[in-house]
Write a protein that binds this ligand. Structure first.
Ligand SMILES: [Zn+2]
Length: 341
């Protein structure tokens, strides 16, 4: 599942590529046909990420120029299988230098279905959408295709606000209040490893940041929140902000310190979700050196050689080093396998 930094990158991509433009919306698959018909022809006035939620704000052209207030939103949650694919001309690709998780450029594509499509920068206009495209957004310089989302719906402003109100602070947002995170963690007896995945406690963290953050803090994933000091919990937040900020800038999650990257540089290849943007780029930290414990179950800990352990909690695997992660150690066996609260 994409973690929050990916959604922030998507919001930036929409801002750079479509903000202020009159957009054509369609649903080649049909499941978002009514929503697309309602908003097509309107102006994109905002693109915003909150945790793993993307909100694209729209207003009719005659009112969009007034104060830029969105009257409706397209709300997208990618879930486990959703993704956006972008295509566009040279101008579009330049503004996407920081890019989205997946990108294809019109000039590199042939026209599906017709063989030799028109060459040049307008060829993106002739890309036929796949039949599984829930939403296609077309602007003056490019398009974006959404496939496989968990949620894609038109929301009124109050409905958007209701979603945001249910979320914990998002470490990538300037308006995030870390005190809310500290309070929510400490008032619950739920294990810290479970709480970090609860979007009402902190918005945007997924399985990788969860495992890595706990290792970096040397914290046992099964310690109840009530047993953690405010300083320890605040320390998690303060470590997370630059880590996830790096992810938002680069599209990659790297949590290892440079001096630890060449120690046991291997991870288990169990999931396609382990792949990262830029894996083929020799100038980036390869993913097998990027993590301390994530997908390293059974392999020696980079710091102490103890085999990394894994367990399934709330349906998701948690990874930890039983020797290093002993701060506030207390095995709360009753907490294993409990559901997200
Ligand atoms: Zn260790």
């Amino acid at each position: 599942m994409p973690e929050g930094h990916t959604i922030h990158r998507l919001a930036s991509a929409f801002e750079d590529g479509f903000l202020g433009a009159r957009l054509a919306l369609s649903s080649p698959q049909g499941r978002f046909a009514a929503g697309a018909a309602r908003l097509t022809g309107q102006i994109l006035v905002s693109a915003e990420a909150v945790g793993k939620h993307l909100f694209l704000g729209f207003a009719p052209e005659e009112r969009a120029l007034d104060d830029g207030t969105a009257e409706s939103y397209v709300h997208v949650h990618l879930g486990l299988y959703g993704s956006w694919t972008f295509a566009g001309d040279q101008e579009f690709s330049r503004v996407h230098a920081i890019g989205a998780p997946r990108r294809r450029l019109g000039e590199q594509e042939s026209t599906p279905g017709t063989g030799a499509g028109p060459a040049g920068e307008h060829s993106w206009r002739h890309l036929a959408p796949g039949e599984n495209v829930r939403l296609r957004v077309v602007g003056p310089h490019g398009l974006a295709d959404l496939t496989g989302p968990t949620a894609c719906a038109v929301l009124e402003p109050a409905e958007r606000q209701a979603i945001i109100d249910r979320l914990g602070p998002d470490p990538l947002r300037a308006d995030a209040d870390p005190r809310v995170f500290v309070e929510r963690v400490r008032r619950s007896r739920t294990a810290i490893g479970t709480q970090l995945m609860n979007q009402a406690v902190v918005a945007g963290i997924g399985n990788i940041y969860r495992a890595e953050l706990l290792f970096r803090a040397r914290l046992d994933p099964f310690v109840p929140g009530t047993e953690l000091t405010a300083g320890i919990v605040r320390g998690l937040w303060d470590d997370l902000v630059p880590l996830i900020g790096y992810g938002a800038r680069t599209g990659r999650i790297v949590t290892t310190e440079p001096e630890h990257r060449d120690i046991h540089p291997i991870i288990r290849e169990r999931s396609r979700g382990t792949r990262q943007n830029g894996d083929d780029d020799p100038d980036v930290v390869p993913r097998e050196k990027s993590f301390y414990v994530y997908h390293r179950q059974g392999l020696p800990c980079r710091l102490c050689d103890t085999p990394v352990r894994d367990a399934t909690v709330s349906g998701r695997a948690v990874y930890w080093c039983p020797r290093c992660q002993t701060a506030r150690k207390r095995r709360a066996s009753w907490d294993r396998g409990t559901c997200l609260d």
